[in-house]
Ligand binder design. Structure first.
Ligand code: GTP
Length: 296
């Protein structure tokens, strides 16, 4: 009997910090989306693709669902979430084992009512102290939304991910693959590079630099010998500049060096990377500026 090929879009949604990026990376098997301890680090929609013998999963890693702040940025981000959910074949709603908060509850009205294409994923089961709590925790959530499946996982340890992929597969429509088998993302390389730099910033100074920063690739020149990239870090306040620079520019040097090393691996070319800082006051709250900087 021939096996029909299945292919479709999968959205990973959930409140900030539940492990969406970690899960996407663990499933796709390559580090394209960025991971950080800070909430709200994934602002862009990223499509990662996993191709297996009989199926292709096109992952949409949506931004953290905003609950803490008001403003234009949040409305735009919530629109991105709603749009992603309308467009996809399968929704993976990620929650954290034993921890249910108003942030999780606020996502429920955005999920399609039928629950047919929605899977509840209970992540971080490795961090659970008592496994007994799991049953009542899951029951409480299931009472609020008609999910069609529940899969407990540990994205970090790679536990139960095959089970999750099997549940997703059941919900994928039959169809030809949309991407070449070796495609990891359909985002342009310059977007991925901007994400790489942003990841370094969050790793190094994320605690001191809350949300008010984005990375724009201003120049990209590529030939057979290598690639020359000029990247601009846009911050909200003058006070953010010295935080990014670090003593004697040490932070910037380290971020640029690490990002350059990642780029060499990714592009398999010689990389010349220049990184600048620009201050643009109040950028995160002006819709036109957000568009200019590449947000949807
Ligand atoms: N113990 C444990 N920690 C995890 C697991 N999955 C993710 N984490 C941690 O949880 C934190 C947040 O993970 P992310 O993948 O950045 O979370 P996110 O939901 O994408 O966050 P936002 O981008 O803010 O929306 C990181 O410190 C991860 O290492 C897991 O299975 N177990």
């Amino acid at each position: 009997m021939t096996h029909p090929f299945r292919c479709g879009f999968v959205a990973i949604v959930g409140r900030p910090n539940v492990g969406k990026s970690t899960l996407a990376n663990a499933l796709i098997g390559s580090k394209i989306s960025i991971v950080s301890r800070k909430a709200q680090t994934t602002r862009h929609r990223i499509n990662g693709v996993l191709t297996r013998e009989h199926e292709q999963f096109v992952f949409v890693d949506t931004p953290g669902f905003q609950t803490r702040h008001g403003g234009t940025m949040n409305r735009m981000m919530n629109r991105v979430v709603t749009q992603a959910l309308a467009d996809v074949d399968v929704i993976v709603h990620v929650v954290e084992a034993g921890k249910w908060s108003s942030g999780d509850a606020q996502l429920l009205p955005l999920l399609p009512k039928s629950g047919q294409k929605t899977i509840l994923v209970v992540n971080k089961i490795d961090a659970l102290k008592s496994k007994n709590e799991m049953f009542s925790y899951v029951n409480k959530i299931m009472a609020q939304h008609p999910y069609s499946a529940v899969v407990p996982v540990s994205a970090l340890r790679g536990v139960q991910l095959d089970n999750l992929l099997a549940e997703i597969t059941e919900r994928l429509p039959e169809g030809e693959p949309m991407f070449e088998a070796d495609t990891l993302t359909d985002r342009p390389m310059r977007f991925i590079v901007a994400e790489l730099i942003r990841e370094k910033i969050f790793r190094l100074v994320g605690d001191e630099l809350p949300y008010g920063c984005t990375v724009v690739i201003e120049e990209w020149e590529e030939n057979d010998a290598g690639v020359r990239v000029a990247a601009c870090i846009v911050v909200e306040r003058d006070t953010h500049r010295p935080i990014l620079l670090g003593a004697g520019g040490a932070h910037m040097k380290r971020m640029a060096t690490e990002a350059r090393q990642d780029m060499v691996k990714l592009l398999d070319k010689t990389v010349h990377l220049e990184v600048y800082i620009k201050v643009r006051k109040g950028w995160s709250d002006r819709e036109s500026t957000l568009r200019e900087l590449g947000y949807e």
